[in-house]
Design a protein around this ligand. Structure first.
Ligand code: FA5
Length: 346
């Protein structure tokens, strides 16, 4: 093969190699095969010395010309690759000005927080102020001061989470706030206390963490009739209807005498919203709270004279009120953080 044929062969190899490259790095590698230190054209140039003085100039010119042609090939491929990469980058960063703007998602109050706010507002219109107490309570306030003595069977109905090696419990109800408040205030006392409470419970109407609102009204001459009137008035305002059906069932709580369980009608028709039992559909009652007339010993323990003062107390499940208000039949939905569910209450 003479030199010219050799150069043609190298050039066509170079064309093929350069054309098959897809990136600048690949192109550099291809270039090195022909023009690098050990490249095929470089090798030919190195061999010039072996030629005769006559042949040398023509051969040198031919090799250099082939070199320039390969360099031109490489340059035009480089331009093409860079242009393509730029196009791809620009396309990737393109802004579609016709797209709608991105909005900051608006948050909303949790349905239980809404119910709590509403309860606070409605009781405020009846002269109740809002009191507060610790969620990590000691055994004395949660049980003993409410006459739920150690080993009393009613303790087992409020099985709770104890803090190991201490007298501390996660409060099982909001009733300890009654004691704390009466220790610090003289009658007349008219408070509600909404807040989180904890028990070892878990089913469709019981959650291990739930909410109660405690109510306490202590003054001269307060009776069970006041309790019934207050609760009925509250529930009518809360559910915005006059025909709310509630029933009092005799019950036992050591800190009241007499004690009742308060149930509200909950028809299981298509709406599942509270309704009058008269309106047809299968009605069942859902227990919403416990209540009663404050036991004289509880008053005595906080240095209030039961001969002069009397009062009523109640503890209502806020989550149960939310279930009835919004027609939700599984309480656990409120606490699963499912935004599709929670978003409905905005
Ligand atoms: C009490 O907790 C008493 N402290 C109520 C009370 C207060 C009685 C003042 C007398 C005077 P009870 O255990 O029944 O009572 O609970 C009251 C309400 O809390 C129940 O009617 C129900 O509505 C709600 N409740 C109880 N356990 C759960 C639970 N695990 N999940 C959701 N709600 C619950």
């Amino acid at each position: 093969m003479d030199l010219m044929e050799q150069l043609e062969k190298i050039f066509s190899e170079a064309q093929e190699a350069v054309a098959s490259t897809g990136s600048v790095a690949e192109l550099e590698q291809a270039k090195a095969r022909f023009l690098g230190k050990a490249g095929s054209l470089t090798e030919l140039l190195k061999g010039l010395g072996k030629l005769s003085a006559q042949e040398r100039p023509r051969a040198g010119a031919a090799i250099n010309q082939a070199k320039s042609r390969v360099e031109a090939l490489v340059q035009s491929r480089r331009d093409a690759i860079v242009a393509r990469e730029l196009d791809a980058k620009l396309a990737g960063e393109a802004i579609d000005v016709t797209l709608p703007g991105r909005r900051q998602g608006a948050g909303g109050l949790h349905p239980i927080a809404r119910v709590q706010e509403r309860v606070e507002k409605l009781f405020a219109t009846m002269g109740f102020s809002v009191a507060d107490g610790p969620e990590i309570e000691n055994d004395f306030y949660n049980f003993t001061a409410l006459r739920v003595f150690p080993n009393h069977p009613s303790r087992s109905m409020q099985d709770t989470f104890y803090v190991a090696g201490s007298e501390l419990v996660l409060r099982t109800h909001t009733s300890p706030v009654q004691i704390r408040y009466m220790e610090a205030h003289e009658p007349p006392v008219r408070i509600i206390c909404p807040g989180r409470v904890y028990r070892v419970d878990h089913d469709a109407t019981h959650s291990p963490m739930f909410h109660q609102v405690e109510g306490l009204w202590v003054d001269e001459g307060i009776s069970l009739a006041d309790l019934k009137g207050t609760l009925a008035q509250f529930l009518r305002a809360f559910f915005e209807r006059d025909d709310i059906a509630i029933r009092f069932r005799p019950s036992y709580f050591p800190f009241v005498e007499p004690g009742v369980e308060v149930d509200m009608a909950w028809p299981r028709n298509e709406s599942t919203k509270p309704d009058s039992p008269r309106e047809g559909g299968e009605t069942r009652y859902l227990e919403i709270g416990g209540a009663g007339v404050v036991h004289p010993d509880v008053l005595r323990n906080v240095k209030i004279d039961p001969g002069k003062y009397s009062g009523f107390a109640f503890g209502i499940g806020l989550d149960r009120l939310a279930m009835l208000k919004y027609g939700v039949d599984d309480l656990r939905l409120f606490f699963e953080n499912d935004l599709k569910f929670l978003g409905q209450f905005r």
